[in-house]
Design a protein. Structure first.
Ligand SMILES: Cc1cc2nc3c(=O)[nH]c(=O)nc-3n(C[C@H](O)[C@H](O)[C@H](O)COP(=O)(O)OP(=O)(O)OC[C@H]3O[C@@H](n4cnc5c(N)ncnc54)[C@H](O)[C@@H]3O)c2cc1C
Length: 381
């Protein structure tokens, strides 16, 4: 059975992605998490299989699919057993490359999308700074014009793929005031003099992804690397957030569904007091509540997705989906740990990692509080 907006073609893609994730990522997830890195070759492997360009035009090496293909990708990657791998690949495909597709010139697309879709270059989106995360208008990194170039000074933090990316779609101030009418996107590249990766951050979860700190000291960036219109960056960032948030909600749904399936299996395998633990009413009710929460999150998320792809104003619904699904993923993972008992607390069991990984959802891409502020404003408050 297909549920709109997914067609049979999207479901066929889901099947092939699920099988790829099951065979080529899940068995290695624990090893990559322990190594705090997944191999760069995963990008090229996925590029060869066409998975990095599902919803990118064929002229740039993509598969020519639509946003729903991208949605299937976000949901299925979240089943891979490592939030870090899903974030590293997802950050490249779902947040770093979309602004280039949407706002880039033909030349910029040739330069970054083509190798990005092949997995030969890795992208990152660099907005957050040590002093400004939620408050995007308060960014301080400054780019001044000088002889046909921009000269960039400042710093970024918490950047997914930040250590090993090749290109960084970077939000900068291009007027002294910055703010809503003074931000722009510049694409910075690894190796530019004055561009330094100053740290790889240690985290609660997402261990396999490299979360970087960056510093820019008089980095000279050619004018041709300005993405979209100068000083309109705030609006470009906000437009990009909609896809990031719906992708995060989809990832939360895919991730908690996988956690639920594993937990249901465990509840039928594990015995205590002479019966399967899943036959205790209290555990049965926990699983029933988890399944209901997942279903509610899925429906809200698919509704946000349907509105988003129809081109209607989906700000409220996308924010609700991100808020609800990402929080639900934490709650479902917490219950999964509880149902696993002591084993749930052990590294060996996937639910331990699922709980740590899920905790990022209510923070990244706009916090729960910011989602509620947006929803509140949409309600006229
Ligand atoms: C693992 C990880 C990966 C990330 N990847 C990226 C990335 O690739 N690129 C990128 O640019 N960023 C990335 N981020 C940054 C992320 O988007 C920010 O952490 C997030 O937006 C919150 O910003 P902040 O950390 O500065 O918190 P702050 O904005 O300082 O917020 C602190 C607290 O105050 C609350 N708060 C702030 N403003 C308000 C308000 N108006 N009303 C009510 N409460 C408020 C927040 O909800 C939060 O609870 C990543 C973060 C992490 C942890």
């Amino acid at each position: 059975m297909t549920v709109p907006p997914f067609t049979e073609e999207h479901e066929a893609l889901r099947e092939s992605l699920r099988s790829f994730v099951e065979k080529e990522i899940r068995p290695r997830a624990a090893e990559w998490e322990a190594a705090e890195e997944f191999p760069r070759e995963l990008f090229t492997r996925m590029g060869e299989l066409g998975f990095l360009g599902l919803n990118y035009p064929e002229e740039y090496g993509g598969q020519g699919g639509d946003a729903v293909h991208g949605a299937v990708f976000a949901e299925e990657m979240a089943r891979c057993g490592s939030g870090g791998v899903a974030a590293g690949i997802g950050g490249h495909v779902g947040i770093a490359m979309p602004p280039i597709l949407k706002f880039g010139t033909g030349e910029q697309k040739e330069r970054w999308l083509v190798p990005g879709i092949k997995g030969e270059q890795i992208g990152a989106l660099a907005i957050t700074e040590p002093g400004a995360g939620s408050d995007v208008a308060g960014l301080k990194t400054f780019a001044r014009r000088d002889n046909g170039e921009f000269v960039v000074n400042g710093a970024k933090t918490f950047i997914t793929n930040g250590v090993r990316a090749d290109f960084y779609v970077t939000a900068v101030k291009t007027t002294q005031e910055g703010g809503h009418h003074g931000l722009s996107f510049l694409v910075l590249e690894k190796g530019m003099p004055g561009f330094e990766v100053t740290g790889k951050l240690e985290k609660l979860g997402w261990h396999a992804s490299d979360t970087g700190e960056l510093a820019f000291s008089d980095v000279r960036v050619p004018e041709e690397s300005l993405l979209g219109e100068e000083n309109q960056g705030f609006y470009l960032i906000m437009a990009n957030f909609q896809w990031e948030r719906i992708s995060m909600a989809l990832g939360a749904v895919g991730g908690m569904q996988a956690t639920f399936e594993r937990t249901l299996e465990y509840a039928l395998e594990r015995h205590a007091f002479g019966r399967q633990i899943g036959r205790f009413q209290v555990i049965r009710h926990k699983l029933a509540a988890m399944a209901t929460k997942i279903e509610a999150a899925r429906d809200l998320t698919y509704q946000g997705l349907r509105l988003f792809i129809s081109g209607q104003d989906a700000l409220k619904e996308v924010s609700m989906a991100k808020l609800y699904a990402c929080r639900a993923a934490v709650e479902v993972a917490d219950e999964a740990v509880q149902i696993h008992g002591g084993y749930g607390y052990m590294r060996e069991y996937d639910v331990e990692r699922a709980l740590r990984d899920a905790r990022l959802g209510p923070i990244g891409g706009g916090t729960d509080e910011i989602m509620k502020e947006i929803i509140g404003k949409q309600l006229g408050l």
